[in-house]
Design a protein around this ligand. Structure first.
Ligand SMILES: *[C@@H]1O[C@H](CO)[C@@H](O)[C@H](O)[C@H]1NC(C)=O
Ligand SMILES: *[C@@H]1O[C@H](CO)[C@@H](O)[C@H](O)[C@H]1NC(C)=O
Ligand SMILES: *[C@@H]1O[C@H](CO)[C@@H](O)[C@H](O)[C@H]1NC(C)=O
Ligand SMILES: *[C@@H]1O[C@H](CO)[C@@H](O)[C@H](O)[C@H]1NC(C)=O
Ligand SMILES: *[C@@H]1O[C@H](CO)[C@@H](O)[C@H](O)[C@H]1NC(C)=O
Ligand SMILES: *[C@@H]1O[C@H](CO)[C@@H](O)[C@H](O)[C@H]1NC(C)=O
Ligand SMILES: *[C@@H]1O[C@H](CO)[C@@H](O)[C@H](O)[C@H]1NC(C)=O
Ligand SMILES: *[C@@H]1O[C@H](CO)[C@@H](O)[C@H](O)[C@H]1NC(C)=O
Ligand SMILES: *[C@@H]1O[C@H](CO)[C@@H](O)[C@H](O)[C@H]1NC(C)=O
Ligand SMILES: *[C@@H]1O[C@H](CO)[C@@H](O)[C@H](O)[C@H]1NC(C)=O
Ligand SMILES: *[C@@H]1O[C@H](CO)[C@@H](O)[C@H](O)[C@H]1NC(C)=O
Ligand SMILES: *[C@@H]1O[C@H](CO)[C@@H](O)[C@H](O)[C@H]1NC(C)=O
Length: 820
């Protein structure tokens, strides 16, 4: 709480004095003169929430004053009534808020009282739920705090079942949103728990009235599916009957169910499976899955075939007329050596004598209830009966139906006959059941790999000794054997056969029919070999043997494998070389037979180049690979000229040079460099021409030829004396000095190299000098000029005297000649 009592005192003091006084007052503190707490009582909250109405009042003990006002932030209220209190109401919209009460006692004395109002704004809080990372926690709770203004210290409290679970402080900046995360496990014992988070602003010592409380989330325990009950794993259903299978599993999140029947998926997705009109024994499996795991339950539905046993007469041992005598139970099934007890009771009041007639065991009790009991029943002939003699001398008796049964000493399977079972033959298995009774109630069930293959209700031939064992009246220990005959298939190898001796007592018998099964008998079947996974094969030379091929053989006895090529047996442990690609024959054989298959084997190898150091090619030939490249797979060839990849489309005249080729396949690379000389036939640089020369002139005729190799030029050799032939580089030059008519004619030269020849002719034409006057126009001009001068001189002379002049006329004509 703050109080700043500014005090001003003014009176008739001079202005300067007033200033000094004010100064001194301010510097010395005002409490000396204004003790507002004694005058003013400000009643305003020190903390309030933004957006609410702030109510405040101020009262004074002064009776005499001029003015009193109360300001809440920018809202000010005056005491108009001039009584001792001023009230004010303001909407809080600013985080800077003061409440200030002022009183003016007289012109010179003012006093005030004020304090700061802390304005707060509660943030918003939202609680959300995520599935946790299964390793750390089942659930993640996110407490999001946002819409905070201004920056605040907050305390965050987690509640679990309405109890503080975790609490901490944090500073939260203004535009920030903060998430506080709580990982939670709910144990199975706890089942579920409620969570919420609460956020409380921490405004120094002040506390807003209410914390901000999130919604409450109820979380339940999460666990992988588990079997809830030990639901019977074997259900016996009569043929054509119906049953409901229950996948009794619990888990959270609720599991999804999948069913299979004999490993085949089914469409059902609930935990109940109704099966109707059962027509075979099947194994049902239910898998319950949630994100935390899964569990599987197997239910074997054992179909009982219909037996010829008559429907059992339900024991209704009511014999009211039979002296009211009943036995309980009236039908007993006792395992050999087990105890038994039967109670006999009469409803008759006048039983004189009542007891059991018995060969073994003992009786106790008195009428009307007497019990026969035996600790260890081992007598097949036992036939106790209960009798009563009434006072009236009437005598009645009742005999319970006692079935004593003995499970076999052993049940075992053996094969009939010697030697191994062979594919395609008929074989028999025998089930030996020793020392069992009563034999005629026995059914022998045969199973192959847990699948029923035969139910054998025994014929007389299977039972010894006869006829006692099948006699109704006598019961004794018997040996029983059952035979299962089948045609042996290859797939029977390794199959497990079991036989089971099971008593068929019908519905009145024990709930689970007493039975005993043999140890499994593993069949061994001999069959012809087969070869698998033996397609064509490619490998690198010197790195694999026929023995390394992935070929598999099957057969019993285990077959051997042999390899041959073109009828010759091959050592299959030898590494194969490039010359040994081909079609091989693999033969697998055992005592049952043999089988063979052709295997195409490709022995691959890295490229190899056979090249010369130099090749000559003719330009007209089409480009081809000059070197011989070997390799499998066939190598890719790359040409290089001066180190750059270059494959010539045509042999080009001037592209002779250093070349190299590279041959590569997946097993390697070979490279060779050579000089390529591209030959082309000669060609003259000019075509046939005609050259003129004046008689006596000099002329040079030139033949120039290109070609690789350099061509030689020969000309016709009827050369006159004034003709010289010379060779300069690739040029042939014929020089004629002082041409005469004999020199005229065709000069023919032939350029030759080893790839061809070419001919070019030059015709030399001789000209007269006169015929060539046009060429010497300046001679005409000179003659004309001299003639003109002569005419002028003549005329001039003729005018003076008709004399004769003699003009010596001398002309020298020089003909220079060259090639034209
Ligand atoms: C404070 O309250 C006023 C009036 O309700 C409102 O205009 C203002 O936006 C609030 N301030 C904050 C930071 O929420
Ligand atoms: C003003 O009031 C104060 C306090 O009551 C008193 O001391 C002072 O003398 C008064 N001044 C005048 C000019 O009345
Ligand atoms: C939740 O249970 C898991 C596994 O039992 C454990 O690793 C984890 O620490 C538990 N988490 C909490 C928050 O208790
Ligand atoms: C938060 O609390 C700390 C210490 O308790 C204090 O120094 C700081 O000023 C507070 N911040 C606010 C914005 O209130
Ligand atoms: C927590 O308190 C609320 C309100 O009092 C009540 O409805 C709820 O059942 C309580 N939860 C637990 C788990 O005790
Ligand atoms: C199921 O059987 C097992 C062992 O046979 C036993 O430990 C378990 O408690 C039984 N569960 C129920 C639900 O009966
Ligand atoms: C089995 O179910 C089918 C179809 O739901 C019904 O027709 C039949 O009568 C039932 N059989 C038995 C023995 O209940
Ligand atoms: C056995 O029942 C199934 C389903 O009810 C049926 O698809 C099948 O054809 C039946 N098999 C025989 C041999 O009747
Ligand atoms: C087996 O019994 C059921 C009901 O008792 C009957 O519907 C079915 O036809 C019988 N099957 C045979 C093969 O006799
Ligand atoms: C014993 O079985 C026979 C024939 O099955 C029957 O007639 C007789 O009533 C049975 N005895 C009792 C006490 O049920
Ligand atoms: C049953 O067979 C065993 C072994 O061969 C023999 O010892 C026993 O006497 C036989 N029992 C009967 C009742 O034939
Ligand atoms: C296969 O053998 C025959 C005779 O033994 C022989 O004439 C033939 O050339 C051989 N073929 C191969 C590809 O070796």
């Amino acid at each position: 709480m703050n109080s700043h009592p500014p005090v001003s005192q003014s009176g008739k003091l001079p202005l300067g004095m007033l200033g000094l006084l004010l100064l001194s007052l301010l510097s010395c503190g005002a409490d000396l003169t204004c003790i507002p707490t004694t005058i003013l009582t400000l009643d305003a909250p020190v903390i309030t929430e933004n957006g609410t109405q702030l109510n405040a009042s101020c009262s004074t003990t002064e009776i005499d004053f001029e003015e009193m006002s109360l300001c809440l932030g920018k809202t000010c209220c005056e005491n108009t009534q001039k009584d001792d209190v001023v009230s004010c109401v303001a909407l809080v919209s600013d985080f800077e808020m003061r409440a200030e009460c002022k009183i003016k006692l007289n012109e010179t004395f003012e006093c005030s009282e004020d304090h700061r109002v802390t304005v707060y704004k509660n943030p918003k809080v939202m609680l959300s739920l995520r599935n946790g990372n299964a390793k750390q926690a089942d659930y993640e709770l996110h407490c999001d705090v946002f819409d905070v203004a201004p920056a605040q210290n907050i305390s965050v409290t987690w509640y679990r079942n309405n109890k503080t679970f975790k609490s901490f402080m944090d500073l939260i900046e203004e535009p920030q949103k903060k998430s506080y995360i709580l990982g939670v496990n709910i144990s199975r014992e706890e089942k579920f728990a409620e969570f919420r988070c609460e956020v409380q602003l921490k405004l120094e010592e002040l506390k807003p009235q209410h914390p901000v409380i999130s919604t409450t989330h109820q979380l339940s325990a999460r666990y992988a599916p588990e079997l809830r009950t030990n639901f019977s794993k074997i259900i016996t259903v009569a043929m054509g009957g119906n049953a409901t299978l229950l996948c009794d599993v619990e888990g959270n999140p609720p599991p999804v169910y999948q069913w299979t029947i004999d490993e085949q998926p089914m469409l059902e997705t609930t935990n109940r499976l109704d099966i109707t009109q059962v027509n075979s024994s099947s194994n049902y499996r239910c898998t319950a899955t949630n994100i935390l795991g899964n569990t599987t339950m197997n239910i074997f539905v054992d179909m009982e075939e219909n037996y010829t046993t008559e429907p059992p007469a339900m024991p209704t041992p009511e014999a009211p007329e039979n002296c009211g005598l009943t036995v309980m139970p009236s039908e007993v099934y006792v395992k050999y050596g087990d105890s038994a007890s039967i109670n006999c009771r009469t409803t008759s009041k006048d039983a004189a004598l009542m007891d059991w007639e018995h060969a073994v065991g003992e009786t106790y009790g008195t009428p009307p209830s007497v019990t026969w009991k035996i600790e260890k029943l081992e007598d097949f002939t036992v036939e106790p009966f209960c009798f009563v003699t009434l006072d009236t001398d009437e005598q009645c008796k009742v005999k319970p139906n006692i079935t004593l049964y003995k499970l076999p000493d052993t049940v075992a399977i053996s094969a009939v006959g010697n030697g191994p079972m062979k594919e395609g033959e008929e074989h028999q298995l025998q089930c030996h059941i020793y020392s069992v009774a009563p034999a005629k109630k026995l059914l022998v069930k045969w199973y192959k790999d847990d699948e029923t293959v035969l139910n054998d209700d025994l014929k007389s031939s299977d039972v010894t000794p006869l006829p006692e064992c099948l006699n109704d009246s006598t019961v004794r220990l018997c040996n029983v054997s059952s035979i299962y005959t089948f045609t042996v298939k290859k797939s029977d190898n390794g199959s497990l056969f079991r036989c089971k001796a099971e008593f068929q007592f019908g519905p009145a018998g024990p709930l689970v029919p007493p039975s005993m099964a043999s140890e499994p008998y593993t069949t061994v079947v001999h069959y012809k070999p087969t070869i698998k996974n033996c397609p064509s094969y490619a490998g690198v030379e010197n790195s694999f043997r026929l023995n390394d091929l992935p070929c598999e053989t099957d057969g019993n006895p285990r077959p051997g494998i042999e390899w041959s090529y073109n009828g010759t047996l091959i050592d299959s442990s030898k590494l194969l070389t490039r010359a040994e690609s081909g079609i091989y024959k693999a033969t697998a054989h055992n005592s049952m037979g043999q089988v063979n298959t052709d295997v195409n084997i490709t022995v691959e190898y890295a490229p190899r180049l056979s090249c010369q150091m130099m090749y000559e090619v003719e330009v007209k030939n089409t480009p081809k690979l000059l070197c011989n490249a070997e390799g499998l797979p066939h190598p890719d060839i790359t040409w290089f000229k001066n180190g750059k990849e270059h494959f010539p489309q045509h042999w080009e005249k001037h592209e002779s040079g250093n070349y190299s080729v590279k041959a590569s396949n997946k097993h390697g690379t070979a490279e060779h460099a050579f000089y390529l000389d591209i030959l082309y036939p000669p060609e003259f640089t000019e075509s046939d021409t005609t050259t003129k020369v004046v008689v006596g002139g000099n002329v040079s005729l030139v033949w120039e030829a290109d070609g690789n190799p350099k061509p030689e030029i020969h000309c016709n050799d009827s050369l006159a004396e004034n003709v010289r032939a010379s060779t300069v580089g690739r040029q042939k030059i014929i020089t004629i000095t002082g041409a005469t008519s004999t020199n005229a004619g065709r000069y023919i030269c032939v350029a030759t190299n080893k790839v061809g020849e070419v001919t070019r002719a030059t015709t030399l034409v001789l000209k007269d000098k006169s015929t060539d006057l046009s060429q010497h126009w300046w001679v005409f001009l000179l003659v004309l000029l001299v003639f003109a001068i002569l005419v002028v001189v003549f005329i001039l002379k003729g005018r003076r005297k008709h004399g004769q002049y003699d003009f010596p006329l001398q002309t020298r004509l020089t003909v220079e000649n060259g090639t034209m």
